[in-house]
Design a protein around this ligand. Structure first.
Ligand code: ZN
Length: 406
């Protein structure tokens, strides 16, 4: 499968039932891949009348086609991202900058030294976690999308079906994303699909048959959810230099650990993941589905990595140093049966896991190969709804690590 950009333009408000129970969430900020896939599947059935072999490939076979979420920008802040409590945001327009605290937490686990609490570099105020979406401008400086869409509540009176009049005592509100008129005419969301060549052609054909207009989200019969969707160019692969990344992080967090002998890496989940353990219980631990990964460390703040047993890997030893991950509830709709499906637990978007390997170059090379596989295949359930994408050694942690001595 190759990855292609998807662009979506809201032509009417989209109602997205609130499914997130995250404490950090300010409300619905994006359209889940589940809804994009559902809208395309519905358009397919309306056009062709039945679920044939192509339908099953496009919407049920996750080795042929996967649909990512539609986001206000193409990058998600990791859960380790923090910013000033008073003036949060990237260092632009007088904001106080973003600080990533992964290196601080690595330092606590890997070294015996005490680590001072981080505060805002500009004003000394406390830091607080910073969530949402960002992207790089043409000049490679980071920025957050200007608020190009409103989040609003649409209020409705329930309709009494037999009499076609307003039903008594039924009044409800729906959270909606509304397009906001902007000077440059842009109110776009950014997404992606992973697809085999045939699947890509079938999707493009379907979209052109629909004049690129899909009905996305809930309350579609009430006039909501008209979205113009186009599939664009291929997203080029940009492989990260794992060893270089590890060297950079180790020099800031544990310079006594030689890069010849130690390899540090992160596994990030930018779209969230549905992870279960070997007894099919929901878990925050990727080791439940990736047998060669070591388990998460005990949830005790002062656990030192080298006091935990780790796990044998290719003649060396692999530890999970730290993890910043939360669960949130995920409601779903079973596309195949048209029925609500049981709630699931999603590992939140932006969750990060850091691991350390001690071993020789052969072991490190074997590990790199496993990590490339993980990036290519993703992890966990419901990958064709965009969940379970894996990013290894995210540049964010190096770029926004605190610069002062820690
Ligand atoms: Zn500040």
């Amino acid at each position: 499968m190759k990855r292609y950009r998807v662009k979506a333009h809201l032509e009417s408000p989209v109602v997205v039932r609130r499914e997130r129970q995250s404490q950090r969430s300010e409300g619905v900020q994006f359209i889940a891949g589940t809804l994009l896939r559902g809208a395309l599947a519905q358009a397919y059935l309306q056009y062709y009348g039945h679920a044939d072999a192509t339908f099953r490939q496009l919407f049920l076979d996750e080795e042929v086609c996967r649909f990512g979420p539609l986001d206000p920008a193409d990058r998600v802040f990791p859960l380790t991202a923090n910013s000033c409590k008073r003036v949060p945001g990237f260092s632009e327009d007088g904001k106080h900058g973003i600080t990533d605290l992964l290196t601080v937490s690595l330092k606590k686990r890997l070294s015996q030294r005490t680590v001072a609490q981080q505060r805002c570099r500009n004003c000394g105020q406390e830091l607080k976690s910073h969530s949402g979406f960002w992207h790089l401008k043409a000049n490679s400086t980071p920025t957050e999308p200007k608020r190009r869409w409103r989040r609003s509540m649409a209020a409705h009176v329930g309709i009494d079906r037999p009499t076609q009049t307003a039903a008594e005592s039924i009044f409800f509100t729906l959270p909606a994303l509304e397009p906001e008129p902007t000077t440059d005419g842009e109110a776009s969301l950014h997404g992606w699909v992973d697809a085999e060549q045939d699947a890509l052609q079938a999707l493009k054909q379907l979209l052109s048959q629909e004049d690129h207009i899909l009905r996305i989200g809930h309350a579609r019969t009430r006039g909501y959810g008209r979205v113009r969707v186009t599939i664009g160019e291929e997203v080029p692969l940009a492989p990260v230099d794992f060893s270089g990344w590890s060297k950079g992080i180790l020099s800031r967090t544990a310079p006594e650990l030689s890069p010849d002998r130690y390899f540090l890496f992160t596994v990030s989940l930018p779209t969230g993941a549905v992870l279960v353990d070997d007894l099919l219980r929901y878990t925050l631990d990727p080791a439940g589905m990736v047998p060669w990964l070591p388990p998460l460390p005990p949830p005790v703040a002062d656990t030192r990595t080298f006091d935990t047993p780790g796990k044998e890997f290719e003649g060396g030893r692999l530890w999970c140093v730290t993890a910043v991950a939360h669960h949130e509830r995920l409601r779903g709709w079973n596309a195949a049966h048209g029925l609500p499906r049981q709630d699931e637990w999603l590992v939140t978007r932006g969750s990060v896991y850091a691991y350390l390997y001690e071993g020789n170059s052969t072991g490190q090379a074997a590990l790199h190969e496993k990590l490339r596989d993980l990036e290519a295949n993703g992890i966990g359930a419901r990958r064709n709804e965009g969940f379970g994408r894996v990013a290894v050694c995210d540049d964010f942690h190096l770029r926004f690590a605190p610069t002062e001595a820690i």
